[in-house]
Design a protein around this ligand. Sequence first.
Ligand code: ZN
Length: 274
Amino acid sequence: MPEGHTIHRAARDHERDLGGRRVKVSSPQGRFDTEALADADGCASLRSVEAYGKHLFYRFEPDFVVHVHLGLFGRFHRRRSPAPPPRATTRLRLEGDTITIDLVGPTACDLLTPEEMRAITARLGPDPLRADARPRSFYAHLARSRSPVGAVLMDQSVICGVGNVYRAEVLHLLGIHPDTPAKEIPPETARAMWRLVVGLLRRGVEEKRIVTTRGLVLAKPRERVLRAESTHVYGRRTCRSCQGEVATYTLRARTVYCCESCQPRVGAAAADGP
Ligand SMILES: [Zn+2]
């Protein structure tokens, strides 16, 4: 599933490509009803594109919002206009003068009112990539939750945009075992965690991929960093930091990666652990 950096990058690119312009809106697959949004020519004015966590909001004049959630299988295809005919499975095509964006296979693609959009964002935790993000509620949730911090970091109602790769890497870089109860994370570590997530996600937006190992791969240009070199523990058998074995197990239906040497179990996590 795309993590927050992919969604924010899409918002930035799509706003640059189509924002402030008349855009032809169509649903070749027929599963998105464009009638309320578009005029008789099938066009609408796109004001801006906004990301919040894993959600995208395309704001059209006068007051329409197209909400997109890619889910596991959703993809965008960006082409120069005039683009070739869309695939039959294209849920939404946004066609500008110079660029055409096709959306295929999203979990959600709905027309909303601004109030309905606010109802979605109200359920989400702070998004570290947004300028208006306030981490206070994230700190408060960590301080009272007995849940494993590895689960809390993936809970979009607590903090937005962190997926499985960032979860694994953030906890590794801080030396925290994913099973540690959230409330055992000291306040200063919680603040360091937020700053680290902000930094890594921002880097992901710029580089359009997740690389958490800068110091180790400086000798190479970014595009030549191999996937196995881009993380410390995620997707690896051995820990990049200590060469020890990476432990993998399932936590709330997702695979966790951690190095139990660099990220030792502490306190209650050790007592409850296998
Ligand atoms: Zn290690």
